[in-house]
Write a new protein. Structure first.
Length: 281
């Protein structure tokens, strides 16, 4: 059984490292002896996450650098700090992302001869749409463009993107998020081919449904804490009958980052409790 010991001493940067998924991945990296650099828009939040990881006796080094994944100059400054303090990266994990209510339709469907189009696609806030698409897709492309350059120049490294079940089957109400995650799948495959001769592998994980700060308003009732009808639909379409736990992504992450997967590139692995395999009957 591989203990992923080849990851010890590697240097990884992770965007969105203070979110629900990101923090869990940071813990997994630290426990494998990886030096982890948390890139977060909120420097205080990133520093708090790094301090928590540094306090763990089984962790490697954890540090935090402020960065906006949609801003080139911010990422260039982060890259300069990484080079100065840690040298070149071995691993980049693009984990920044999320959804917003302003990019969400209130209605799942438009009925025939609908007179009131409020809450439908036609009433979407385009600025909200752009913000969600940019955060998820541009926020994957731009960090890779800036931070993976050193990997290509030295002839080795791994890029890991975070996709979603929405990339396979777009969920109702969230067109911007679904489109962005589908774009990440396509980009992962394209970049894997582009980087392969340089010795840099590119893969992605597509998590199943778990509760995060970005989707909680859609899946749970704010007043009662009970599942919404939408939340119940998701559970009924997941053969394992529950939401994922963030920790259940760690094993797949370590596999894709380690030498165990040295001939694996351009793949998107679902970790979804069977959601993507289930036809509903």
């Amino acid at each position: 059984m591989n203990d992923f010991s080849d990851l010890r001493g590697k240097v990884a940067a992770i965007t969105g490292g203070s979110g629900v998924i990101g923090m869990t991945l940071v813990k997994g990296l630290c426990s494998a002896g990886v030096t982890v650099i948390i890139l977060d828009l909120n420097p205080e939040r990133g520093a708090a996450t790094a301090a928590e990881m540094a306090a763990r006796h089984d962790c490697g080094i954890a540090a935090s650098i402020a960065a906006d994944v949609t801003d080139r100059e911010s990422l260039l400054r982060a890259r300069d700090q990484i080079r100065e303090k840690f040298g070149s990266l071995d691993i980049l994990i693009n984990c920044a992302g999320g959804n917003k209510a302003t990019a969400t339709t209130a209605k799942e469907f438009i009925a025939g001869n609908e007179k009131d189009l409020k809450g439908t696609f036609f009433e979407l806030d385009i600025d909200g749409f752009d913000g969600v698409f940019d955060l998820n897709f541009k926020g994957t492309v731009l960090p890779t463009m800036i931070l993976a350059e050193d990997m290509v120049r030295k002839g080795g490294g791994v890029v890991l993107n975070i996709s979603s079940m929405n990339a396979y089957r777009p969920l109702t109400k969230i067109p911007a998020y679904s489109a962005a995650k589908a774009a990440i799948n396509n980009f992962t495959q394209w970049l894997a081919v582009h980087f392969a001769p340089a010795g840099v592998r590119v893969n992605a994980i597509a998590p199943g449904f778990l509760l995060t700060n970005q989707n909680r308003f859609l899946l749970t009732d704010e007043k009662t804490g009970e599942m919404t009808p939408r939340g119940r639909k998701i559970i009924s379409a997941t053969p394992m009958g529950r939401y994922a736990e963030p920790e259940e992504l760690v094993g797949t992450m370590l596999f894709l980052l380690s030498g165990t997967s040295s001939f694996v590139t351009g793949v998107v692995i679902p970790v979804d409790g069977g959601f993507s395999a289930y036809s509903g009957v």
